[in-house]
Design a protein around this ligand. Structure first.
Ligand code: AMP
Ligand code: MG
Length: 491
């Protein structure tokens, strides 16, 4: 285990041409900083000794008041399509890539400090992040990891008394240390395409290949093959979001990771009651990023990426790569839903079985995570009444009819109740980061400077599949006040 000063930095991104970023140091808070939360799981990814979090230097390093030895801080340049419109100059407006650490297993991790002050890409922004939004991102990224969904990770949150003005009023500033295999986004490519800097485009593609897709290095067709891999990874990510009921909220191309991990958590939301048209972003008036549109938007975003990569490949090659999207998405989604239903194999009639369930869930506003978890208790015996599962559905007759079909389907493959339930409990989470849960943690943190709830959720969501009798209440659907939480982009 390493001390902070022993982290082995490599900083390959800072070796790229100067056009790719701006070198600058983070701006420390104007008021004293303190540790809000530390995540030992993420620290382990960079071989960092968890005891290091107790040193006063830890907060100094991760709030920008002391440079980490060996790091080369830069703000990364990118552009992107926001709500369908191209915005030529974005970049890290409030985040700084401190550097890259390679762990003993050879994996590389970017250390990214979000809320680190203004950069040349800040436009009118203050370069800060507020405690509320850093808690949301930190907890959600760890919750997603616990669910087995590729994501950036959260190493720690550092808070301060510095005042930050947002739509909601005066808030306190905070910084989040985020880790990712790379922070290169679709928008990192788009910026060089629209600037016609095609040499840079090729350099970036080769950089991403060398760092993240080394098996493609040197191949003559490495660029179309890179696109194909991004297409497939993105398709798989979308399938995972849909299966678990996660809505990202701001799927702009600058928030799309080139390695297919969930990136930039803003006004995200997990489905409580099953509503495919769910819009979690208060500012998304047209519902562009509504839950059920995510698979299409993923495709739209890949199209924007493919367009940007055209100088590196033929149109034919780009089209061929994009054509892999739908089959990859559908196959993965089916596979995930098959597992959620506890089936061993996907049969032609199972699409109808699934749709039938989702329809009665939608009509009856049935809680999505609770219903799938409870489905594990369904027995294949036709006389099984299962009142607790049945009670979740408003339209009991519709549910009974569906359950009869389902039990028949289970018997048709000789499914064994006990073993199936175990399998289902490993894919249907007991706990998800519902908006009301994160809201309670935020209120406690911002009003009382009490971070116990943040720590409790972090601990609970590391393994959202385990039964935790002492934490049973965290599995509950939201109380009435918790159903109406609106989250804006302001963060
Ligand atoms: P986001 O909606 O967080 O993905 O941000 C979109 C763009 O605005 C990115 O370039 C961000 O870096 C930038 N940005 C967001 N909030 C701020 C802020 N408070 N100060 C400066 N730049 C910001
Ligand atoms: Mg962003």
């Amino acid at each position: 285990m390493r001390k902070l000063e022993e982290l082995p930095f490599h900083n390959t991104y800072a070796r790229l041409p100067e056009d790719f970023y701006s070198r600058l140091a983070p701006t420390p808070f104007s008021k004293p900083a303190y540790l809000v939360s530390f995540n030992a799981d993420a620290a382990a990814l960079i071989d960092l000794d968890p005891n290091e979090a107790a040193r006063p230097e830890f907060v100094e390093y991760f709030s920008g008041s002391r440079p980490l030895p060996g790091s080369e801080p830069v703000a990364m340049l990118y552009s992107g399509h926001q709500f369908g419109h191209y915005v030529p100059r974005l970049g890290d407006g409030r985040a700084i890539l401190l550097g890259e650490v390679r762990n003993r297993a050879g994996e590389r991790w970017d250390l990214h400090l979000k809320g680190a002050g203004q950069t040349p890409y800040s436009r009118d922004g203050d370069g800060r992040a507020v405690l509320r939004s850093t808690i949301r991102e930190y907890l959600c990224s760890e919750a997603m990891h616990g669910l087995g969904i590729p994501t950036t990770r959260g190493l720690c949150i550092v808070g301060s008394e510095e005042e930050v003005l947002r739509e909601e009023g005066v808030e306190t500033g905070a910084m989040l240390v985020r880790m990712a295999p790379t922070h290169v986004r679709f928008g990192s490519f788009e910026v060089f395409y629209y600037r016609r800097q095609y040499d840079h485009l090729a350099k970036l593609a080769d950089y991403v290949i060398a760092e993240q897709f080394p098996h493609l290095a040197g191949a003559g067709d490495r660029h179309p093959r890179l696109l194909l891999e991004v297409v497939v990874r993105t398709a798989h990510l979308m399938a995972k979001w849909q299966a678990v009921g996660f809505a990202h909220g701001v799927m702009n191309t600058d928030n799309m990771s080139i390695v297919g991990v969930t990136l930039d958590y803003g006004p995200f939301g997990f489905l409580d009651d099953y509503n495919p048209g769910f819009i979690c972003n208060h500012s998304d008036h047209g519902g562009r990023y509504a839950f059920h549109r995510q698979p299409d938007i993923g495709h739209w975003n890949l199209h924007a990426l493919a367009q940007a990569l055209l100088p590196l490949m033929t149109e034919e090659q780009a089209k061929e790569a994009l054509a892999a999207y739908e089959p990859a998405l559908v196959a993965h989604y089916k596979d995930l839903m098959r597992q959620k239903l506890g089936l061993m194999e996907w049969r032609s009639e199972d699409g109808d079985l699934l749709t039938g369930l989702l329809e009665i869930m939608q009509a009856g506003h049935v809680d999505y995570p609770s219903a799938f978890r409870a489905l594990g208790d369904c027995r294949s015996d036709p006389s099984d009444a299962n009142e607790s599962l049945r009670a979740l559905f408003l339209d009991r007759a519709a549910f009974d009819a569906w359950a009869t079909r389902y039990r028949g389907r289970l018997r048709a493959e000789g499914s064994r109740d006990v073993e199936r339930k175990q399998r289902m409990n490993r894919v249907n989470p007991k706990y998800v980061l519902r908006n009301y849960l994160v809201q309670l943690a935020i209120t406690q943190a911002t009003e009382k400077k009490d971070f116990t709830e943040v720590g409790r959720l972090l601990d609970l969501l590391r393994d959202p599949f385990a039964e935790r009798p002492d934490m049973e209440r965290y599995a509950a659907p939201p109380p009435d006040w918790g159903k109406r939480i609106v989250v804006s982009c302001s963060s």
